[in-house]
Ligand binder design. Structure first.
Ligand code: FES
Length: 145
């Protein structure tokens, strides 16, 4: 899909879904364009008969939505209790400083990927990487950079 209006139209008639169509539309816009910019917020607000402030409030509440494009690839690293107990913080500390700073790869913290018994875990796109150790995490980051 190329236009925000097309994404909104694709969700027409699903307003009775729990939670409505705003979040699914925002996810699709984020996936299509890499961010949810002001033009998209304006179009979504118009399309759903919401105020821009209402749409902006949802976009800014969920950190998965970005207001501006971020070209860096994302590695989602679980830092919840089980992965902490399995040493995730030591793995992060052992990464090269540039990787820790997020210069070329954005390392996002997530809290539980549902695979606690095989942590530490990370996710790149839809792929889960389990049983991370220092070299595996460094290789993941390097492969994305
Ligand atoms: S705590 Fe890391 S996957 Fe559950």
């Amino acid at each position: 899909m190329e236009r925000v209006e097309d994404i909104i139209a694709a969700h027409a008639g699903r307003a009775d879904e729990p939670g409505g169509t705003l979040l699914p539309i925002l996810h699709d816009v984020q996936a299509a364009f890499g961010h949810v910019g002001e033009d998209a917020i304006r179009a979504i607000a118009h399309g759903l008969n919401l105020s821009r402030a209402e749409v902006h409030g949802v976009v800014s509440f969920y950190h998965d939505f970005r207001a501006v494009p971020d070209p860096r690839p994302v590695l989602k690293l679980c830092r919840a209790e089980a992965c902490q107990a399995r040493g995730v913080e030591a793995l992060v500390a052992a990464l090269p400083q540039q990787a820790q700073d997020g210069g070329r790869v954005k390392i996002e913290t997530v809290y539980c990927l549902g695979l606690c018994s095989v942590g530490p875990n990370a996710m790149v796109g839809d792929a889960v990487h389990a049983r991370l150790d220092g070299p595996k995490l460094a290789a993941l980051v390097e492969a994305l950079a």
